[in-house]
Design a protein around this ligand. Structure first.
Ligand code: AMP
Ligand code: ZN
Length: 142
């Protein structure tokens, strides 16, 4: 499946030039044009899926091992000390391009804290409500 209006479909297909680090039959990995850190890479499936909820399981099974390999290569090549794997689903979560992609963001000791949040607290009411509702939905979907 391909979406004619999707820029990441065009980049993944090689119709728009990109700084490609890796390509196989299923994926293209490119440098992000607005990097959060040196080496910030995007893994794009060649098939269009809007987000993780639409990604076929056959592609999902391959994308995380690839993320590990690319993260390791970035650390080795650039002297990064670690990396974050980030994946946004929906505009509310910060997704700006509605074609599934994984961000591989190299991290450097002493560098900027790029992926972080302020921890809140989990109330007993929320805990019980969330566990009851979500586990019920997941169980009903088998
Ligand atoms: P997200 O906010 O998770 O949808 O991430 C979209 C990412 O794509 C952002 O980090 C952008 O900098 C990046 N981006 C958008 N257009 C391009 C492009 N043509 N080539 C490379 N990266 C892009
Ligand atoms: Zn697409």
């Amino acid at each position: 499946m391909r979406d004619e209006n999707c820029i990441f479909c065009k980049i993944a297909a090689g119709e728009i030039p990109s700084a490609t680090l890796y390509e196989d039959g299923d994926f293209r990995a490119i440098l992000d044009l607005g990097p959060a850190s040196k080496g910030h890479t995007l893994i794009l499936p060649k098939q269009h899926s809007r987000d993780l909820t639409q990604l076929p399981e056959s592609e999902a099974a391959k994308v995380l091992p690839l993320a590990g390999k690319i993260g390791a290569a970035l650390c080795s090549a650039l002297g990064a000390d670690g990396f974050n794997v980030v994946q946004n689903n929906g505009a509310a979560a910060g997704q700006t391009v509605p074609h599934f992609h994984l961000h591989i963001i190299p991290r450097y000791e002493g560098g900027e804290n790029i992926v972080s949040w302020t921890p809140g607290s989990l109330s007993e009411d929320d805990r019980d409500m969330i566990v009851s509702k979500v586990s019920g939905i997941l169980a009903s979907k088998g």
